[in-house]
Design a protein around this ligand. Structure first.
Ligand code: SF4
Ligand code: SF4
Length: 198
C-alpha cells in the first residue's frame, strides 16, 4: 500500500549518527555541505556562538604540488562528539522538540541541502527513488514511498547534483577525517587527502 514519507515518532537518527564512508579507514563523515553553503553555515554558527568543525570532503583535479585537489567540491560539518556523532546544530538539551517528537534542528529553515534531500540517496528514472536504508522510516517501508511523497527531498537532491559535476577523466580526491570510534582508531588513515575513484 502507498505510504506518505514522514519521520518516525521520536527519531533523530540522521542528525545523531554518522557513518564511516567509503570505509572505516577514511573515518566518519560529517553532514555534506556544498562550497556555497559553507560560509552561510559558518556565519550561522558564529551568530549562535557555536563552535563547529568543517572539513573538506571531496575534491577534483591536482594542485600544483600534486598533494591535494585543485578544487574542493564538497565540505562536511563534523559531529560534536569526539567519535564523530551528533550534529552540532541538533538541540539535545532543551525541552523543545521537532514535530515528530525527536530532537530539534536549531537551523531547520537554513539547514544544508543534504539534510533537505535525506533520506533520498539517488533518483532513478523509474517511479521509485533509492532511499537510505539506515533511515528508520525507510527500513520499515523500503518499497512503499513513491516519488510523489518525496518531492521536496528529490528537489534538494537535484540541486546538489547540479552543483557537483565530476568529469570522468578528472582525478577525484576524498578527505580522510581520522574521526570515529576509539576501538577503530588503529584502522584510520592519517587525516588528509587521498586520491581515489568514486
Ligand atoms: S532517520 Fe529517517 S525517520 Fe529518523 S529522523 Fe531521519 S529521516 Fe526521519
Ligand atoms: S543541520 Fe539540522 S537537519 Fe541537518 S543534521 Fe544538523 S540538526 Fe540535522
Amino acid at each position: 500500500m502507498y505510504k506518505q514519507f514522514r519521520c518516525v515518532d521520536g527519531c533523530s537518527d540522521c542528525c545523531k549518527y554518522r557513518q564511516y564512508f567509503p570505509s572505516v579507514k577514511y573515518g566518519k563523515t560529517g553532514v555534506l555541505l556544498l562550497p556555497h553553503e559553507k560560509s552561510k553555515i559558518e556565519e550561522i554558527a558564529q551568530r549562535n556562538k557555536l563552535e563547529i568543525k568543517i572539513l573538506p570532503r571531496v575534491g577534483i583535479g591536482r594542485n600544483m604540488m600534486g598533494s591535494g585537489p585543485e578544487e574542493i567540491l564538497m565540505y562536511q560539518i563534523m559531529g560534536r562528539e569526539t567519535q564523530g556523532d551528533i550534529c552540532p546544530f541538533l538541540d539535545t538539551d532543551s525541552d523543545l522538540k521537532a514535530p515528530n517528537g525527536g530532537y530539534r534542528c536549531t537551523i531547520y529553515e537554513e539547514r544544508p541541502l543534504a539534510c533537505r534531500a535525506y533520506p533520498v540517496n539517488e533518483s532513478t528514472n523509474n517511479r521509485k527513488p533509492v532511499l537510505d536504508t539506515r533511515c528508520q522510516f525507510c527500513t520499515a517501508n523500503l518499497d512503499i514511498p513513491e516519488k510523489g511523497s518525496l518531492t521536496r527531498e528529490l528537489t534538494a537532491l537535484k540541486s546538489i547534483k547540479r552543483h557537483v559535476r565530476i568529469d570522468r577523466n578528472t582525478p577525484v580526491w576524498r578527505y580522510a577525517t581520522h574521526i570515529g570510534e576509539e576501538r577503530d582508531s588503529e584502522k584510520f588513515l592519517p587525516e588528509g587527502w587521498l586520491i581515489q575513484d568514486i
